[in-house]
Design a protein around this ligand. Structure first.
Ligand code: S3P
Length: 166
């Protein structure tokens, strides 16, 4: 199987970056995050790109970044929470080892306070969170080869659960 050793998907704030780095350490491979790639390439934050160019422009940029990273990276790769909205990206994930890190809304509130620096959750975070998950849950599940619940677990515990599940 070519491509990343493990791809991490799941909603914003679920801990993809933290768990991804722990997984990379445990497995002795490198870690990459497509949001970081976009920020480095554009020299602006994700929030600035959303505000200046709008969500659909961000999605086009994200799609390119994700496709490039899937082709180039052989370690742990974390995707931005909305990357799975793209059908081409979902098709590329078929045949990959993909862990979906999940959490319920109460865990999301605890972890992120919902909305801080998250352009998609700025107005009515709890309601927007529920709507986002209604729209996306089945897409995360579609691409996942393992679902790892993070509720009430530390990043270390989630990492162990992911290693067991993968
Ligand atoms: C988004 C998630 C964010 C970032 C952007 C949009 C989303 O990534 O790509 O704010 O649509 O869920 P993280 O999941 O890494 O926070």
């Amino acid at each position: 199987m070519s491509g990343p050793l493990v791809v991490l998907v799941g909603p914003m704030g679920v801990g993809k970056s933290t768990v991804g780095q722990l997984l990379a350490e445990r497995l002795g491979v490198s870690y990459r995050d497509t949001d970081d790639d976009i920020v480095a390439a554009r020299g602006r934050t994700i929030a600035e790109i959303f505000v200046d160019e709008g969500e659909s422009a961000f999605r086009a940029i994200e799609k390119q970044a994700v496709h490039r990273a899937l082709a180039e990276h052989d370690g742990i790769l974390a995707l931005g929470g909305g990357a799975i909205l793209d059908a081409g990206t979902r098709a590329l994930l078929a045949g990959q080892r993909v862990a979906y890190l999940s959490m319920d809304v109460e865990e999301a509130v605890k972890r992120t306070g919902l909305g801080v620096a998250r352009p998609l959750l700025a107005v009515n975070p709890r309601k927007q969170w529920r709507e986002l998950m209604e729209a996306r849950r089945h897409l995360y599940e579609e691409v996942a080869t393992a679902v790892v619940a993070t509720d009430g677990r530390t990043p270390e515990e989630v990492t162990e659960a992911a290693l067991d599940a993968l």
